[in-house]
Write a protein that binds this ligand. Structure first.
Ligand code: HEM
Length: 223
C-alpha cells in the first residue's frame, strides 16, 4: 500500500514556527550580550509577541490542522492516547496528537508571559521596557524576575518538545521535522483532509496582530 503524503501544516504555520525558533534563539543571545544588544532584544520580543498573537488568531480562523478545536482534546482523550505515544506500533496521528496539542498551548502561553513581562522589565542600569512607565519600580522588578524565571520554564518546555520529536523519529520512525518543513505528513491509509485556507487571510491576521502590538507599545502615551 502506498503511503499518502497528506497536507497538514500550511505555509503560515511553518513560517510561524521557524521564525519563532530563530527569534527565540536570537532573543536569548541578545539578552545574554546585554548593553547595546538589548535594543535588538526588544525588537525581537515585539516580533515574537506579534507571531504569538497571529498564531492565536490562526488557531480560530486558520486551516483545519492549525485550529485549536482540532487539536485541543479533553482529559479522557489525552489519557487514552498516552500508551499509544509509547508504542512503536501505533499509527501516526495527523496534526498534533492530543498530548502535543496541550504542549502547543503551553508554549504559546509561556511565550506570551515572556513577552508581556519583558514590556515592563528593567535592568537597573539603562534599559527599561516600553511599558515600564505604567508601573512602579517594585512591580517592574517583580515582572523582571518573572521574565527571567519564565525563560527557564520556556527552555524546559522546548527541551521536552525536542525530546518528543526525537522520540517520534527514533522509536516510531515518524519524520515530524520534515512535515514541519514541507507541510506534508506521511500517513497510512490516505484520508481526505480539508484544503489549506487562503494565505491572504493569514496576511490580514498578521497585520491585525502587528496592529495590536503597535497599540500595546503606544499604551504609554496617553491620547
Ligand atoms: C525555540 C524553540 C522552539 C519553540 C518555541 C517551538 C514551538 C513550537 C510550537 C508553538 C509548535 C506548534 C506549531 C503550530 O501548531 O503552530 C511547534 C511544533 C513543532 N515543532 Fe517546535 N519549537 C521550537 C523548536 C523546535 C525545533 C528545534 C524543532 C526541530 C528539531 C521543532 C520541531 C517542531 C515540530 C516537528 C512541530 C510539529 C509537532 C507535531 O507534529 O505535533 N521545534 N513548535
Amino acid at each position: 500500500m502506498n503511503i499518502a503524503k497528506t497536507p497538514v501544516w500550511d505555509l503560515p504555520v511553518r513560517l510561524f514556527h521557524w521564525a519563532l525558533v530563530a527569534l527565540v534563539g536570537f532573543s536569548w543571545w541578545s539578552g545574554e550580550q546585554g548593553e547595546m544588544w538589548l535594543k535588538y532584544h526588544f525588537w525581537s520580543g515585539y516580533a515574537i509577541l506579534t507571531l504569538v498573537i497571529f498564531r492565536v488568531l490562526w488557531g480560530f480562523w486558520g486551516s483545519h490542522y492549525a485550529r485549536f478545536k482540532q487539536f485541543l482534546r479533553g482529559p479522557q482523550t489525552v489519557f487514552k492516547t498516552l500508551p499509544e505515544l509509547f508504542s512503536p506500533a501505533a499509527m501516526p496521528v495527523l496534526g498534533h496528537n492530543p498530548v502535543a496539542g496541550w504542549m502547543v498551548l503551553a508554549l504559546l502561553v509561556v511565550l506570551l508571559v515572556q513577552t508581556a513581562t519583558g514590556l515592563f522589565a528593567n535592568d537597573d542600569i539603562m534599559w527599561e521596557g516600553p511599558l515600564y512607565p505604567l508601573v512602579s519600580k517594585a512591580l517592574s522588578d517583580r515582572l523582571t524576575g518573572i521574565h527571567e524565571f519564565n525563560f527557564g520554564v520556556l527552555g524546559g518546555l522546548v527541551g521536552i518538545h525536542i525530546a518528543a520529536i526525537l522520540w517520534h523519529r527514533l522509536r516510531k520512525g515518524e519524520r515530524l521535522v520534515s512535515a514541519m518543513l514541507s507541510g506534508y505528513q506521511a500517513h497510512l491509509p490516505a484520508v481526505p483532509v480539508p484544503a489549506w485556507v487562503s494565505r491572504w487571510r493569514a496576511l490580514v491576521l498578521l497585520l491585525c496582530a502587528a496592529l495590536i502590538v503597535f497599540g500595546i507599545l503606544n499604551l504609554r502615551a496617553p491620547l
